[in-house]
Design a protein around this ligand. Structure first.
Ligand code: SF4
Ligand code: SF4
Length: 164
């Protein structure tokens, strides 16, 4: 049921993006950020979201909130959404719009047992077959960045997605 709702959301997101010829997102935003065009219009850089984020992953750059996920991850707690009064974080779906890719330093890729990323993933988006690199379900994934921070060989890279 959750998967169906997420697929419907991304289908709607894609249609709206096409209609609006929207500005591409080039930096990650708090997970309930509205479309980049609307976000730029609404966010006033007040910093309330950054003050209230328990993971300290929000920074203000160019008067706009963005995520710094170098060392930590988003717990999708909604604190940023709750304190934002401008409507910049009003999306009904919480998704950092980042998706992992697995590089060749991954342990299972080199036939060594490891399941750190799979075991840390809160959405069960990662599966690992014997001696195979992890497989990531981009619809289940919410871009939290936990898998990247838990990988012992720094094999996971995150990239921004505009849509799925
Ligand atoms: S949802 Fe929570 S952890 Fe994620 S950016 Fe917002 S306040 Fe921080
Ligand atoms: S970023 Fe990684 S840990 Fe977070 S939901 Fe996606 S696959 Fe799971």
């Amino acid at each position: 049921m959750v998967d169906v709702q997420r697929r419907q959301f991304f289908s709607h997101f894609l249609q709206q993006a096409k209609k609006a010829n929207s500005t591409p997102r080039t930096v990650p935003r708090p997970p309930t950020a509205v479309s980049e065009d609307e976000f730029i219009e609404r966010c006033d850089g007040c910093g309330l979201c950054a003050e209230h984020c328990p993971n300290h992953i929000i920074t203000i750059a160019n008067d706009l909130a963005q995520l710094d996920l170098e060392l930590s991850s988003c717990s999708h707690c909604s604190q940023c959404k709750i304190v934002c009064s401008t409507g910049a974080l009003n999306s009904p779906v919480s998704d950092c719009l980042l998706r992992p890719t697995v590089t060749s330093t991954c342990n299972p890729h080199m036939a060594m047992y490891c399941a750190e990323c799979r075991d840390s993933c809160p959405t069960l988006a990662i599966t690992i077959e014997p001696n195979q690199p992890p497989s990531i379900d981009a619809v289940r994934c919410n871009g939290c960045n936990l898998c990247r921070t838990q990988c012992p060989t720094s094999a996971i890279e995150m990239s921004i997605v505009q849509k799925l």
